[in-house]
Design a protein around this ligand. Structure first.
Ligand SMILES: [Zn+2]
Length: 539
């Protein structure tokens, strides 16, 4: 049977030290539940002695019923010259009411002398006594040996004495920390070897990512006997982050044959990774290995053609093992295979080769004119729909006019800029003419188009624009540059992206806006029935 590795998540404590990461108490409780479902063994909730929010979290966490995960509270050893039983920080740890506590202490002589400002012997005493005090309360005690690798480099004898003190105190696991994140995997292996010869206590690893080696260092530590790996979801953490558990866990299980989570739980990894980024209010990094949206995305025509024949030809694992999916991107690099793949994804069993070829030619032509379909799937789907000879669009533009006027009203002191748009569209045999004002020219155009369409298609009112991005494509050309507009629209839980490109920003916006509404009309079956209706979920 495969030996098993304990996973200790510190997203809620060390992870929140990352720039831009912040969780409310409610967020933290929800993340604990999610990590428990994923099967994480230990979840560090915070440092109750350092801030009231973490103390409140532990109060509320008592009500959680977890099936697997054990909650851990974090703190540090007692102060020099102090006694553990009267140390406010250690007493706060007891108050947190968890079965597991983790305390951090110094192992680098430089830190003992210059930062803690005490003697080397006094530091050993506070480590030993703090661990022993918490053990005497019947708790599972993990000891984080801060700066262990740097300390070992500076004074190996002292660094080893520091973990021996934790072992004498009775620590259940001693975690060697690469706090500054600059160690190499070969160094980690060597130091682990030496540490495991010095103490009988199980060892763990806590690595930071400053040399982009946190995952590699964690795996090297496991190879050298670490029984526990600490890290965070998506690698959140101070500076360049902590070791990313979303990479470590699948590497341990799928590549190195260790037992860690149940197989069924591993298949939830992508979902949990995205859930945590959602609550952190950070966009999920598409390039994250295993769990990122691009981790199994294929763009080049040759790769796609090969993956269609044989899925594993360009993938290191089956994405389903970590709950991710293969994606095929559409771009000027595509081959006919990309188009056929997309057609199948849309439920079109047979897209005639000639038509796939025509769609591909159109994609390449439009991309050369500044469109980009990779980030605008809805526009690409419309391209496929429009390739049918019998397709009749739900509306067609006859013309539009946009007026932007800046003037000073005598009654008010401020200058005002007014935007108004007039739109003429054809719906079936009817021609409608509307006008609307807006906060800017694009907004006015959007309002006027909606006004024209709502009487025929009330569902248009469901659509709201959630993001509007403008990109200048040939920067050197200044105000004559080609412009790409990408729009994200939403209705209920659904979101879709459309693109427009032109030398004129209003024109580019119009194309993306019109695509957005046309897409929703097809999706909600408001347009002429077509064998190519997009009634499949938006990928
Ligand atoms: Zn850390």
């Amino acid at each position: 049977m495969a030996s098993s590795i304990q996973v200790y998540d510190t997203t809620l404590r060390d992870g929140t030290q990352g720039e831009g990461v912040s969780f409310s108490v409610e967020d933290k409780l929800q993340i604990v539940r999610k990590l428990d479902e994923l099967g994480i063994h230990y979840v560090e909730g915070g440092w109750p002695g350092s801030n009231p929010k973490d103390a409140e979290f532990f109060k509320q966490a008592r009500g959680l019923s977890l099936s697997r995960a054990l909650l851990a509270a974090f703190g540090s050893t007692c102060r020099p010259k102090g006694r553990p039983e009267s140390d406010p920080n250690l007493l706060e740890l007891l108050n947190a009411g968890t079965l597991v506590v983790t305390i951090v202490g110094k192992s680098w002589d430089l830190h003992v002398n210059r930062v803690l400002e005490t003697t080397l012997n006094e530091n050993l005493r506070i480590i030993r006594e703090s661990v022993a005090f918490l053990k005497s309360k019947g708790l599972t005690v993990f000891y984080d040996a801060e700066h262990f690798f740097d300390g070992f480099k500076a004074n190996a004898h002292y660094a080893l004495s520091a973990i021996k003190a934790a072992a004498e105190g009775g620590a259940d696991c001693i975690i060697l920390c690469d706090t500054n994140g600059g160690s190499l995997p070969s160094q980690v292996s060597e130091v682990f070897q030496r540490a495991s010869e010095s103490v009988a206590t199980p060892l763990g690893i806590h690595a930071h990512n400053d040399g982009e080696l946190a995952v590699a260092n964690s795996l090297a530590a496991v190879r050298s006997g670490a029984a526990q790996v600490q890290g965070t979801m998506n690698g959140y953490g101070e500076r360049c982050g902590n070791a990313n558990l979303c990479s470590i866990i699948p590497n341990l299980m799928l590549k190195m044959g260790y037992a860690c989570l149940d197989d069924g739980q591993l298949a939830r990894l992508t979902e949990v990774s995205r859930y945590v980024s959602e609550l952190a209010n950070l966009s999920h990094n598409p390039q994250l290995p295993y769990v990122g949206a691009s981790a199994f995305a294929h763009k080049g025509g040759l790769h796609v053609a090969a993956t269609i024949k044989c899925e594993e030809s360009y993938q290191h694992i089956n994405p389903a093992q970590v709950g991710n999916t293969q994606r095929v991107l559409i771009s000027e690099l595509s081959g006919r295979g990309n188009i056929m793949y997309k057609a199948r994804e849309l439920g079109l069993a047979s897209l005639p080769k000639a038509r796939a070829q025509a769609v591909l030619a159109r994609v390449k032509d439009l991309e050369s004119k500044g469109f980009q379909f990779e980030g605008a799937e809805a526009s690409f789907q419309l391209l496929m729909v429009r390739s049918q000879e019998d397709y009749r669009p739900p509306f067609e533009l006859v013309d539009f006019m946009v007026v932007v006027e800046k003037h000073r009203r005598p009654s008010r002191r401020a200058e005002e800029t007014l935007s108004e748009a007039m739109v003429k569209v054809r719906v079936g045999d009817a021609e409608v003419h509307t006008a609307a004002e807006g906060k800017g020219p694009v907004n006015a155009l959007d309002q006027a188009l909606r006004k024209a369409l709502t009487q025929f298609y009330p569902v248009v009112a469901q659509v709201r624009l959630s993001d509007y991005k403008v990109r200048i494509l040939n920067e050197g050309a200044g105000t004559e540059a080609q412009i790409r507009v990408l729009i994200e629209s939403r209705a209920g839980d659904e979101a879709w992206n459309t693109v427009g490109s032109s030398a004129n920003i209003i024109d580019a916006s119009w194309l993306a806006l019109a695509d957005s509404l046309e897409y929703w009309l097809l999706k909600t079956h408001q347009a002429n029935p077509s064998p190519l209706l997009l009634d499949h979920s938006i990928p």
